[in-house]
Design a protein around this ligand. Structure first.
Ligand code: PR8
Length: 467
């Protein structure tokens, strides 16, 4: 995969994930294969959130005066908002924004919903499309102007500690989600100049794509009381006082799908983790004139049996050369292929090909154990994909002891860690020298000196070339 960008665009087209020919920049069409991956990814996410969040659906349009209420927030988004100015031929009295995110759509309503301390915490989420007029180079799934898979959660708490704990819980939820997809990540606190507009602070998940650039794949924001004060969201305490609530919000997007595709794929195409693969197993019959019907019957029965046990299985009985079928299913990233011919049936065996290793093996066929055996292979594939991805990720994080070394190391892309005093103007100097941005702050450092100004270092920070 020498040119990731080209590989990525080709595979989206060849595997029928996304059609990029829609005539609006940054807006694309989900094709059936892509839509299924998206659907299964969302299923995993909903399973995690539904435990203690309620799913809701707010309108797409936000009145101008609501969007403008929170000054820092609106400033942060002013260059990215799409506006509706007319209803048919009639100019609207009040312009309507296409939501770039839904704080200002939801929070005036939260004001009506929140009553007493006993109602709290409240935790909501929705999966919607949002619109951002991105000025940076757009790329399918990675930087789009219509984010079609925007999962945004919004929570409300009685005190700062509640919001703080929720930030930690949200990080755990996302960790568990990315772990199931085998996507490696690093969680950092964004520098103050890069936090979500209106947030007290922002925690972000970043992964590394095969070209060595990092991609922000999720964010968790502690909003403190900023929006609560702007939208006057209060609750009644046990003593009958009225207090402003504390809030958090956290979001993920189509970038999750981009990461699944980009991180696991290889030169033969997609490699999908079984949890999101449209087909987890494909059965290809190896047919000769003699015994063909027997093979077809056997394969069909096996497919039905696996389906009954909840697996997504496809029996490919098209009249095509086996080699052509192999090529296609490999390109589409089906985790496991079973090849079954007359001799295999006679010997109670079948050939398995794992897409992650491309290794062919014989599997003994036993009526009673076949379900377990195949499930075990799928579990192994999930584990192997995750391990391989993490290994590569970790190899791409390197420490630098000096600015010169940081500049040198960043030529190989990836993430560079270094000691930093935390001062904004010093941070800007570092960014200027190295010519990449500070990604985030990782952890407190002790007895170390800032790589730039030599004063005591407060944190280990990360530098990266980002998408
Ligand atoms: C919020 N409010 O909005 P956030 N294309 C693809 N993915 C994107 C794009 C884009 N143009 N822009 C952002 N993302 C908060 C939290 C409700 C939910 C993805 O936060 O602005 C990024 O992965 O940080 C980002 O982490 C996530 O959406 C949430 O967007």
């Amino acid at each position: 995969m020498s040119n990731f960008s080209e590989w990525f665009h080709n595979i989206l087209e060849e595997a029928e994930i996304i059609d990029t020919r829609y005539p609006i920049k940054g807006m694309h069409v989900w094709q059936p294969q892509g839509f299924k991956i998206r659907k299964y990814a969302l299923k995993l996410l909903r399973e995690l959130l539904d435990d203690d969040h309620e799913e809701v659906l707010f309108p797409l349009l936000i009145p101008e005066d609501e969007l403008a209420k929170e000054a820092i927030h609106v400033k942060g988004f002013e260059e990215e908002v799409y506006w509706i100015t007319h209803g048919g031929l009639t100019p609207l009295n009040k312009k309507l924004a296409l939501r770039p995110t839904s704080e200002t759509a939801m929070y005036p309503i939260f004001k009506l919903w929140v009553r007493s301390h006993s109602d709290l915490p409240m935790k909501f989420y929705q999966v919607v499309n949002t619109f951002r007029y991105e000025t940076k180079h757009t790329r399918p799934l990675i930087r789009v102007r219509e984010i079609t898979t925007f999962k945004e959660a919004h929570t409300i708490h009685v005190n700062s500690e509640g919001a703080q704990n929720q930030v930690n819980d949200a990080i755990e939820i996302y960790q568990s989600f990315f772990d199931q997809l085998g996507i490696p990540y690093i969680v950092t606190r964004r520098p103050d100049w890069d936090k979500f507009p209106g947030a007290d602070y922002t925690m972000a998940f970043d992964t590394i794509l095969p070209d060595g650039k990092t991609l922000q794949i999720g964010t968790v924001h502690n909003l403190g009381q900023t929006f609560a004060q702007t939208f006057d969201i209060t609750y009644e305490t046990a003593d009958g006082e009225h207090e402003h609530v504390y809030q958090t919000c956290y979001g993920l997007s189509d970038r999750v799908i981009a990461s699944i595709i980009g991180i696991h794929g290889d030169s033969s195409g997609l490699i999908l983790p079984p949890s999101v693969a449209p087909y987890q197993v494909v059965i290809v019959p190896v047919l000769f004139k003699k015994g063909a019907q027997e093979v077809i019957d056997f394969c069909r029965q096996l497919a039905n049996k696996l389906k009954k046990h909840g697996m997504r299985v496809h029996f490919d009985d098209r009249d095509l050369r086996a080699g052509k079928k192999y090529y296609e299913w490999e390109m589409r990233g089906v985790p496991l292929r079973l090849e079954i011919g007359p001799r295999d049936i006679a010997n109670n065996k079948m050939v398995t090909l794992r897409r992650d290793t491309m290794e062919k093996e014989f599997l003994d066929y036993h009526e009673e154990t076949i379900i377990n055996d195949i499930n075990q292979i799928l579990t192994d594939i999930t584990g192997n994909l995750k391990n391989k991805a993490w290994q590569k990720f970790n190899e791409n994080i390197r420490p630098a002891k000096s600015l010169e070394e940081a500049k040198e190391l960043i030529q190989n892309r990836g993430i560079i860690s270094f000691n930093w005093c935390g001062d904004e103007s010093c941070g800007k100097e570092i960014e200027e020298f190295v010519q990449v941005d500070i990604l985030g702050l990782q952890q407190e450092s002790q007895d170390e000196k800032c790589i730039n100004c030599n004063s005591p270092s407060k944190t280990i920070a990360l530098l990266a070339k980002t998408y």
